[in-house]
Design a protein around this ligand. Structure first.
Ligand SMILES: Nc1nc2c(c(=O)[nH]1)N(C=O)[C@@H](CNc1ccc(C(=O)N[C@@H](CCC(=O)O)C(=O)O)cc1)CN2
Ligand SMILES: Nc1ncnc2c1ncn2[C@@H]1O[C@H](COP(=O)(O)OP(=O)(O)OP(=O)(O)O)[C@@H](O)[C@H]1O
Length: 221
């Protein structure tokens, strides 16, 4: 996305919500246009980078998502974690409250289709309490990301709310999780429109490797 895109013909700034809507539609269409082979190959590479990084960091737990639509497929990451005895946490969407409950999952059989048709922990799965259940790392889905760690999701604020809840409940001495956006390289954009409530990522992982982000840094030109 071009920087000048934010300006309308009149010289006025495009309202943030409209900018988000446009970018969402554009990036969803681009992602949908990738072939299954291309997505599988990039997903597998990105998951290898993520698994290797988890190993280096000695992370004992992470939260992931189960992919839907044309998202980067996290199945290789989750399968590798089970093989290495790393704890995998997955969310259940509670549509009425806009929140997610978190559950430890040890097998694909512990999942069933939930809200939006996304595979999620089955009803009755034991919910992880906050703050004890907060994982070391959170892998986050998204439609677009930028070099500051800016992220655009589907527009329901589930991950922003999760972060806000943890920030309110984690004690100062507790180590907050590392937030890592998982995406195809083609989802990286010059600038993601960010509202005050939007959570920034600490790093991004694509098929090309790992990018460390800082909220204050310069945007990609
Ligand atoms: N795999 C995966 N799991 C995830 C997310 C995600 O992005 N990917 N989420 C990330 O937050 C949450 C689900 N968020 C979602 C938010 C909106 C829509 C959706 O279908 N939106 C409509 C727009 C109209 C509407 O809002 O109803 C659409 O895109 O057509 C789907 C999922 C939790 N689990
Ligand atoms: N901490 C929060 N508490 C309450 N509402 C929030 C919070 N964060 C975001 N929201 C609300 O969620 C809605 C969607 O926000 P936004 O467009 O930033 O979603 P998104 O990050 O793209 O989506 P998602 O996280 O679902 O992928 C907005 O209406 C916003 O007001």
């Amino acid at each position: 996305m071009n920087k000048r895109r934010r300006l309308l013909m009149t010289g006025q700034k495009l309202p943030l919500a409209e900018w988000k809507r446009e970018l969402r539609a554009e990036k969803a269409a681009l992602r949908d246009s990738l072939s299954l082979d291309q997505r599988t190959s990039w997903s597998s590479l990105a998951c290898s980078h993520a698994s290797e990084w988890l190993r280096q960091e000695g992370a004992s737990s992470f939260m992931a998502y189960v992919s839907f639509r044309s998202e980067l497929d996290t199945r290789p990451l989750i399968t590798a974690a089970w093989a290495q005895a790393r704890k995998v946490v997955l969310p259940r969407v509670i549509q009425a409250s806009g929140r997610m409950s978190l559950h430890a999952v040890a097998s694909w059989e512990d999942l069933a289709p939930g809200a939006y048709g996304i595979q999620e922990p089955i009803t009755g799965a034991i919910e992880l309490p906050c703050p004890e259940g907060v994982p070391d790392v959170v892998f986050v889905p998204g439609l677009a990301f930028d070099s500051r760690g800016g992220r655009l999701g589907y527009g329901r604020g589930y991950y922003d709310r999760l972060r806000a809840t943890w920030e309110a409940e984690l004690t100062e001495s507790a180590r907050p999780p590392v937030w890592a956006g998982l995406a195809y390289g083609q989802q990286l954009v010059q600038e993601v429109p960010m509202d005050d409530h939007d959570a920034y990522m600490d790093m991004l992982i694509t098929e090309d490797g790992i990018i460390h982000c800082r909220k204050e840094r310069e945007l990609w030109s």
